[in-house]
Design a protein around this ligand. Structure first.
Ligand code: IMP
Length: 193
């Protein structure tokens, strides 16, 4: 498929997605390639709904087939929140470190450590016609924030069967296991079959 647009203004995420596509010899357009910076209001209640809002918006604005993802972390000690509010939740603290400390404290208080990241990707190819692809990675919250790579909650998330946080893994290592790469691989499989 030519001129497939990825709708996100998150630079790190766009780099991750471009790298995954490159492995399959596929090029994608990003919003910065098209000098688009406006975004629709993400007022959905689920990852799927928010992803669809963005992919429909990108398709309607550019006419290019467009995909968008919506992701977040769900933490057991926070009753599986913040979910779709992951970005707002992090931004409400004075720093990422303050947010991480608060989550670690809540885990200790509730003796709960489980968490997962989920990504939903929506692909819009025609007006109001979209397909959804989901990816999930289970893990636990670390006792301490660690690592320099990645973004968002990566420093406090230890994937299942690992003893490092996502922020201690290189982008390549993260891309082999992440919620986003699982959903992207399903999308690529759909596009190439
Ligand atoms: P978005 O709506 O998909 O951009 O994701 C919402 C928020 O979830 C981001 O701002 C991050 O804080 C968090 N998030 C999503 N994916 C990841 C990830 O792969 N690592 C760490 N945090 C993430």
């Amino acid at each position: 498929m030519k001129n497939l647009l990825f709708f996100s203004n998150n630079k790190n995420k766009t780099i991750e997605i471009k790298k995954i596509f490159k492995k399959f010899n596929l090029e994608i357009l990003s919003l910065s390639d098209l000098e688009i910076s406006d975004e629709p209001e993400e007022n959905g209640q689920t990852f799927e709904e928010n992803a669809k809002i963005k992919s429909d918006y990108g398709f309607n604005k550019t006419g290019f087939p467009c995909f968008a993802d919506d992701s977040g972390i769900c933490i057991e000690s926070l009753d599986w929140k913040p979910g779709v509010f992951s970005k707002i939740y992090l931004n409400n603290f004075k720093s990422n470190e303050a947010c991480f400390e608060s989550i670690i404290k809540s885990n200790k208080k509730n003796s709960k450590q489980d968490a997962y990241f989920k990504t939903s990707i929506s692909l819009t190819v025609k007006n109001n016609q979209n397909v959804i692809f989901n990816g999930k990675i289970n893990g636990k919250i670390s006792d301490q924030a660690k690592g320099e790579f990645g973004f968002g909650y990566d420093p406090i998330f230890i994937p299942e069967n690992y003893n490092k946080t996502l922020a201690e893994l290189s982008t390549k290592e993260k891309n082999e296991i992440s919620h986003r790469s699982i959903a992207v691989k399903k999308l690529i499989n759909f596009l190439t079959n």
